[in-house]
Design a protein around this ligand. Structure first.
Ligand code: ARG
Length: 606
């Protein structure tokens, strides 16, 4: 479906043309004086010079052509030459009917879907997830869902940090504690045990212990580096141990991400592309891109137009070891080879901005990607505490993700059980759902690149620009629909009020139809809904989930305003009432699709 503004601009353009002016002057925008009109067109002002006419004369000419027009119910030319507009109720109703009948509420699908890979999450094996990984997961998950909803083929890849020094550190510490394990016996001929020699909690204790020791003890560090080297060069005992670390960690990661409603299609990591590195490096040398500099191998990536210094991209260190860069480049090779992506989107802290600039330039220059492959890095800001400094625990340490989530769940549980009767089980599940909305909305409602303050009190509030407020609105709609169904079709109703989704249309949605708005608040709600496809297109193109948040906040406000002014359930005019019910269903459906794109869902009650 065409966008609402596009349609009314076209109509306006026709009027300009009929009056003898250029049609493209008819661009309509949302009014910046909502007290006067819904939309406005400033084309007469823009055309004044070209036509050597006072803007008001042009505006009058155009307004005249729009008399009796079916799209606009009000057109007024006002000094010095604005066209103030209101759209016809019938036109709005018909637009919403179109949305309702369309699976994607009027969002047009691409003619040629793109293949997109979203690289997000990026946890490091054996290291606990901390709040720094939270943003990558939340934003990445939403971007993945938005791209998919926009009609593209999308793969989310977690890109595990599973090949670094942390592995050698764990092996070293384990060897100190259990030297008898077969992994450390060079002459071991038998099979290695099936079971890992540690649990996740032991692993989580081993890593920080080893990391601390290596900082104080140079020999210990050297040993860990040697173990890392052994792993990377394929020593069987080290490989077997590494597999255990992977299994135990990945199981735990899956649990943690599932609790966040975050799902990856690919669980690949740095280790998966190690075999690609030698060939890739050889080619870069042979093609003359990589050259030696202070013993290291580098590719120059600076460009003449640079205004700041862009250092070369280092491919191999002087000891021949590969780096974070090297692995990212090899991963690009692997992805191009297996999936031919049109677009690669990476989600990391914005402190990696320069890093990705180097990697992308290097990939382009050395021909790892096609000239038209889009490489996008979304660098996000820091999540700060109320003191404006990076978020910490009360004791000042790095906050573990699990603990953060638990704290919010508990806070939400308190709120939900406060002066409300709810079974323990339901209260727990509801707190989980609502607190997830609090965390995710709190993050996503900010433009990703900005820092933001993580404020539990504000995020968990049921009022204001928060996730719980949006859910509260959805729950309110669900409850009205349920009551309506009970009073209209008897206690049991059709039993389909809940989860009436687009796929389950044999329901209330089918028995009701939209009507023309009878009040200002109803019309305002309808006009808000009508912005959906334009909003989503922008969220996709600009890779900007915060646009969805802004939209649903406005939509929820418009709905609540309408709700407070309208006695829906006691309305005697049944047809009118049924029209409202249809509008409520559409509002709920749009809101639910939007929160799904943000990565959370709504409970039935709260
Ligand atoms: N593991 C990295 C970290 O914790 C993030 C990985 C981001 N993705 C990438 N392709 N480099 O900082």
């Amino acid at each position: 479906m065409k966008k609402f503004l596009e349609l009314i601009s076209e109509e306006m353009g026709k009027a300009f043309a009929e009056a003898g002016y250029q049609a493209d002057l008819g661009k309509v925008t949302i009014s910046n004086r909502p007290d006067l009109c819904e939309y406005q067109c400033n084309g007469a002002m823009a055309g004044a010079k070209q036509y050597h006419k006072a803007p008001i004369m042009i505006a009058n000419d155009v307004a005249e052509k729009l008399e009796g027009n079916a799209v606009f119910s009000e057109v007024s030319a006002v000094a010095p030459g604005f066209l103030n507009l209101k759209v016809a109720e019938k036109f709005v109703k018909e637009y919403l009917q179109g949305m309702r009948a369309d699976e994607k509420f009027g969002l047009e699908m691409p003619r040629k879907p793109q293949m997109i890979i979203v690289d997000y999450g990026g946890p490091n094996i054996a290291k606990p997830l901390h709040v720094g990984h939270l943003r990558s997961a939340i934003i990445g998950e939403s971007i993945k869902r938005i791209c998919r909803y926009a009609g593209h083929k999308v793969l989310g890849d977690i890109h595990l940090g599973d090949w670094g020094l942390q592995m050698g550190l764990i092996a070293t510490e384990l060897k100190k504690r259990h030297p008898e394990l077969p992994y450390f016996d060079e002459n071991w001929q038998g099979e290695y045990p099936q079971e890992a020699p540690f649990t996740i909690s032991e692993l989580e204790e081993i890593y920080p212990a080893a990391s601390a020791k290596s900082k104080e003890d140079a020999d210990y560090k050297a040993e860990a580096m040697e173990a890392t080297f052994q792993l990377q060069s394929g020593v069987p005992g080290m490989r077997a141990l590494w597999k255990h670390i992977m299994e135990v960690s990945v199981t735990d990661l899956k649990k943690n991400y599932a609790a966040l409603n975050v799902e990856f299609d690919l669980w690949k990591g740095e280790s998966d592309v190690q075999d690609i590195i030698p060939g890739m490096v050889e080619k870069m040398k042979k093609d003359g891109y990589a050259h030696e500099s202070d013993g290291a191998l580098v590719v120059d990536v600076k460009e003449e137009t640079d205004t700041k210094e862009i250092p070369p991209c280092m491919i191999l260190k002087s000891d021949g070891a590969s780096l974070y860069n090297t692995t990212d480049l090899a991963t690009i090779v692997d992805r191009m080879d297996k999936y031919r992506p049109d677009k690669l989107i990476y989600m990391t802290d914005k402190r990696q901005d320069l890093y990705f600039e180097q990697v992308f330039r290097c990939a382009r220059k050395t021909g790892l990607v096609e000239p038209e492959t889009q490489l996008i890095h979304i660098g996000f800001g820091t999540m700060n505490g109320k003191d404006g400094k990076p978020f910490k625990t009360r004791e000042g340490g790095v906050m573990r993700l699990e603990n953060l989530i638990r704290e919010i769940n508990e806070e939400m549980y308190r709120k939900i059980t406060d002066n409300r009767e709810m079974e323990e089980e339901e209260a727990k599940e509801t707190s989980r759902i609502v607190s997830l909305s609090a965390v995710k909305y709190g993050d996503l409602s900010n433009q990703a690149s900005k820092d933001y303050i993580f404020d539990i009190d504000r995020f968990t509030s049921f009022e204001g620009d928060t996730g719980p407020y949006i859910l509260y609105t959805i729950v309110r709609i669900k409850s009205i629909l349920k009551k309506y169904e009970e009073q209209t079709y008897g206690e049991s109703g059709s039993g389909q009020t809940e989860n009436v989704t687009k796929s389950n249309n044999d329901s209330l949605a089918e028995r009701t139809s939209l009507r023309e708005a009878a009040s200002e608040s109803e019309k305002a709600l309808m006009l808000e809904i009508a912005k959906f496809n334009a909003m989503l297109e922008a969220a996709y193109e600009e890779v900007a989930p915060h646009k969805i948040c802004a939209y649903i906040y406005d939509l929820a406000n418009a709905f609540n305003h309408f709700y407070h002014e309208t006695k829906i359930l006691t309305e005697e005019d049944k047809e009118k009432q049924s029209g409202w019910i249809a509008l409520l269903i559409l509002t709920r459906d749009v809101l639910e699709v939007c929160i799904d794109l943000l990565g959370f869902s709504a409970p039935d009650r709260m």
